[in-house]
Design a protein around this ligand. Structure first.
Ligand SMILES: CC(C)(COP(=O)(O)OP(=O)(O)OC[C@H]1O[C@@H](n2cnc3c(N)ncnc32)[C@H](O)[C@@H]1OP(=O)(O)O)[C@@H](O)C(=O)NCCC(=O)NCCS
Length: 148
């Protein structure tokens, strides 16, 4: 299968929404149409966080999305790139789209002179971790939070 990666475009709205809602459902997160619309608007704003790249199959159908953003750090003068969301259509998995999307973010981060790309996942997400162990490095950090 030939996978191609490109930036999200205005024509992608219907497919993007299916995949975004699939991702939220994967995380058992409620779907909120106003928030979806707001995110779409932000993704459509050029040269501004957050960004979205899409993976297309040989027919041009959008089969995966990755969303990422940049932020400053105290440790270097260079930004870090946070890869926040990654989702591939269940029907199109294990076809290389997930890897291609991550590697496309690596290219964007390199072009922006970011010092690293990083992401989080649930420790029991074995399917995703098969891929992550191949394309990245497991760090010893764990996440704490305080909800506001
Ligand atoms: C995680 C996810 C994005 C991976 O997408 P994908 O398109 O299936 O990934 P790829 O096809 O690029 O697979 C990547 C690698 O893992 C391997 N792999 C994936 N699933 C595998 C499995 N079940 N058994 C064995 N190998 C597997 C592939 O062989 C491939 O290795 P290679 O690139 O070295 O050949 C996808 O499963 C998904 O959307 N999951 C639900 C949402 C999710 O978990 N998102 C990430 C949350 S942080």
């Amino acid at each position: 299968v030939s996978i191609s990666i490109r930036p999200l475009s205005p024509d992608d709205k219907a497919r993007w929404q299916v995949l975004w809602h699939g991702y939220l459902t994967f995380y058992e997160h409620p779907i909120n149409d106003a928030l979806t619309e707001n995110l779409w608007g932000r993704l459509m704003t050029e040269d501004h966080d957050p960004y979205c790249l899409v993976a297309c199959d040989g027919k041009g159908t959008v089969i995966g999305i990755v969303q990422y953003l940049f932020h400053a750090t105290t440790w270097t003068g260079r930004d870090k790139c946070y890869l926040q969301d990654l989702f591939v259509d269940p029907k199109a998995r294990i076809g290389g789209a997930g890897r291609a999307l991550i590697e496309a973010v690596y290219e964007k981060a390199a072009a922006a002179d970011a010092s690293e790309v990083y992401w989080m996942t649930q420790h029991f997400n074995i399917v995703a971790r098969v891929l992550y162990d191949r394309v990245g490095e497991l760090t010893p950090f764990i996440k704490y939070r305080k909800l506001m």
